[in-house]
Write a protein that binds this ligand. Structure first.
Ligand code: HEM
Length: 428
């Protein structure tokens, strides 16, 4: 049977045109669409049925490798675990996974809380002065500092300079990830090599991701990672670990600025769970409404709005034959906005994720699914919940511009322009 799809060839990529196209294609042809791609050698399959997506990412994952778009990411990240495949990916993932164990989270939490409290001081000053805040850049700097401290702990200052003007800061100033940025970033990673050499020489192992990755051993061979491998994984953590959380918090503040009831509930929850304002790690699991706000933000604006795979061998999807080498596109954005799963999909309704509302979780996958599901998912919730719990009880942010914020779907789903806010300190 011929798969449904347009007769003409179309160009599909991680870009704004594709963002528009996928909605039209799904509306015209349904949950399995086959597209002759003018910019790829092999056809593209756009899949939006949660069962098909799950089958590929979970059950049949061995038959699929990373696809279109990842070659561009490779310039930046080398062969880190976002990009790598097969036995090498499995080895790296197994070595890195323990660093993200639940047992380690309280220590990351202490660092995240300290960074958040410093930001709170800055916001107090801004609220007093009435000066506006570019929340997009602010969240980018905040999430970057957190991931850099998670990787390098106090060697961050020792090796990379003072907090405000560390050399990775350009990543927040220039959100494009073009060749120039990639080259500058890779250049900077030489300093990571120097830090690795220093730690090897001195035996210093502070509590951080780098130490854990240096000490990790492959289960079969007992080999450690080479310097090159470590550098690629550090690069991967820096990029994957900051743009996504930063984007989500940016959107969360934007949504909060126009949803008074959610703002009230968020604040009330923080005050109830942590009456003295001194948040503890154990309290994070009680922040259920905060979690719903984050999930609804990730539903509306999943930072990874599109990801791809390539088939290694022929397969059948939804009754149609997919050939080895074909490209598969999955879009959390598309599926998470489909009215057949989500009532009033464009509306911001955190209560959809309350336990008794029974959200269609099969149609919610902002962190992907299966063995390649995001390794930093839990970490990012610790970060984002800590941030919202500590900040939303004290500040109200108001969007300054009247015009709606526009989306920029590139590798990540960002706001086209920075969002400017005024900060108001709430009465205690
Ligand atoms: C809101 C926050 C985040 C979102 C929405 C997100 C989303 C995703 C998605 C969708 C993937 C899978 C991509 C694919 O299969 O092609 C992924 C993978 C990954 N993420 Fe995240 N991420 C977030 C935060 C983080 C953080 C904080 C870190 C690091 C601390 C991180 C590190 C990674 C890594 C290393 C991978 C590759 C995993 C593998 O292939 O084994 N992410 N993420």
């Amino acid at each position: 049977m011929n798969a449904p799809g347009p007769k003409e060839a179309l160009a599909l990529d991680c870009d704004a045109e594709t963002f528009e196209l996928i909605h039209q294609l799904e509306a015209c042809y349904g949950p399995v669409v086959r597209i002759e791609a003018s910019n790829h050698e092999r056809p593209v399959w756009l899949l939006s049925d949660p069962d098909d997506i799950r089958r590929i990412l979970v059950n049949q994952h061995r038959n699929y490798v990373k696809g279109v778009g990842f070659e561009r990411v490779e310039m930046l990240l080398g062969n880190g675990i976002i990009v790598s495949d097969g036995a090498f990916w499995r080895r790296q993932r197994t070595m890195i996974q323990p660093a993200f164990s639940r047992g380690n989270m309280p220590r990351y939490f202490d660092m995240i809380k300290a960074v958040t409290l410093r930001l709170r001081e800055q916001w107090r000053a801004l609220a007093a002065s009435g000066e506006p805040l570019d929340i997009t850049t602010c969240m980018s700097e905040y999430a970057l500092e957190i991931i850099l401290r998670a990787i390098f702990s106090n060697d961050m200052e020792r090796f990379f300079g003072a907090e405000e003007d560390h050399p990775f800061a350009f990543l927040t100033e220039d959100p494009t990830r073009n060749l120039m940025v990639a080259m500058k970033f890779r250049q900077l990673l030489k300093r990571v090599r120097a830090l690795i050499a220093h730690r090897r020489e001195t035996g210093e192992r502070p509590f951080d991701l780098l130490s854990m990755m240096m000490d990790a051993r492959a289960s079969r061979t007992q080999e450690a990672m080479s310097d090159r491998e470590l550098v690629d994984e550090v690069a991967t953590m820096i990029i994957a670990g900051h743009e996504t959380s930063a984007g989500t918090l940016n959107w969360a503040w934007y949504l909060m600025s126009s949803h008074a009831e959610s703002r009230r509930l968020l604040r009330a929850e923080s005050e109830r769970v942590c009456p003295d304002g001194d948040l503890h790690y154990e309290q994070l699991s009680e922040l259920t409404y905060t979690q719903q706000v984050l999930d609804e933000t990730l539903r509306l604006y999943p930072p990874v709005w599109l990801f791809t795979r390539r088939a290694l061998a022929d397969d059948e999807i939804g009754g149609f034959s997919v050939a080895a080498g074909d490209n598969l596109f999955f879009s959390p954005y598309l599926v998470q906005h489909l009215p057949r799963f989500w009532d009033a999909p464009e509306a911001f309704k955190p209560e959809r994720f309350s336990p008794d509302a029974q959200a269609p979780m099969q149609a919610f996958f902002p962190f992907s699914q299966g063995p390649r599901r995001c390794i930093g998912e839990f970490f990012s919730y610790v970060e984002m919940k800590t941030h919202l719990a500590l900040m939303s009880r004290e500040f109200r942010l108001r969007h300054i511009d009247d015009q709606p914020v526009r989306l920029e779907p590139a590798i990540n789903l960002r706001t086209l322009h920075s969002i400017n806010m005024t900060i108001e300190a709430l009465d205690p």
